[in-house]
Design a protein around this ligand. Structure first.
Ligand code: FES
Length: 268
């Protein structure tokens, strides 16, 4: 076992910097909105993507009848489209799941800092819990283009929740699954799948529920970057509702994150 992040010596760690503070509101058009499991959907929309600078950023979608937009991680993007993997977790995402091809969506893009590829890493592990696997797709494509040897590990509660395995496997990524009940892949958590399959990366990128992020920081003797899942309101740094204490001072997860270096995090 490794030292928990709390036990690391205090220092002034760098934060993962955004290459751009630009965000942009655009009207996108739904290309497809496909159900993958009972509660997970894959949405592809067409529109301008020039404000997006890195995998790991997120968008904020206006939903009918709601004051607050819904933040959703980028799954993939190119010059004129965005793909989003999202769970139906309330009224807003239920409405989103009813959008059909051709429907307009008001989307704020270019939000958050995004992952920063670690040049020293040759064999990164890309780890996701549930829909937290989403930002790993565009990241995996970028890292593979840089010649990295990528391994993807995703964790779910049960086989019926496994939404993204085929999406990654179809792209040719080496993909492993863990389920808490053992109904698919390794029984247990992402860390159990790493151990059971003898996976030994030299760096990790992770996204998922906070308990999982904490467990990974404690269990993995590797440097890494983590995308923190947090309820947001404005989504662009104005309301301070997503503040986080780090070793380099107070941060806003939406604006200064959502990606943070492992060494910068304080687990209370
Ligand atoms: Fe408003 Fe982060 S959600 S500052």
């Amino acid at each position: 076992m490794n030292p928990d992040c709390r036990d690391m010596p205090p220092a002034c760690f760098p934060t993962v910097q955004s290459k751009s503070d630009m965000n942009r509101k655009e009207i996108f058009s739904v290309i497809s909105n496909r159900r993958l499991t009972a509660r997970t959907m894959l949405l592809k929309v067409a529109g301008a993507t020039g404000a997006i600078t890195a995998p790991g950023q997120f968008v904020n979608i206006a939903v009918e009848g709601k004051y607050l937009r819904r933040p959703i991680s980028l799954f993939d993007y190119d010059d004129d489209s965005i793909t989003l993997l999202y769970d139906i977790v309330g009224d807003g995402t239920e409405w989103l799941a009813t959008r059909r091809p051709g429907d307009p969506l008001d989307i704020l893009t270019g939000l958050g800092n995004g992952f920063q590829p670690a040049p020293e890493s040759r064999r990164p592990l890309l780890l996701g819990g549930g829909v937290g696997i989403a930002p790993m797709f565009a990241l995996a494509r970028r890292l593979r283009a840089e010649g990295k040897d990528i391994t993807v590990v995703m964790g779910y509660n049960t086989a019926a929740d496994v939404a993204a395995e085929k999406l990654f496997a179809d792209e040719g990524f080496s993909t492993y699954v863990a389920t808490v009940d053992g109904s698919r892949g390794t029984k247990g958590f992402v860390t159990d799948a790493i151990d059971a399959n003898g996976l030994d990366g030299d760096y990790f990128y992770a996204c998922g529920p906070l308990p999982m992020m904490r467990a990974l920081c404690s269990a993995l003797d590797l440097p890494g970057q983590l995308s923190l899942d947090q309820r947001m309101a404005c989504g662009f740094g104005a309301c301070m509702c997503c503040s986080l204490q780090t070793r380099s001072g107070d941060k806003r997860i939406c604006k200064d994150g959502p990606i943070f270096f492992k060494e910068d995090l304080i687990w209370k």
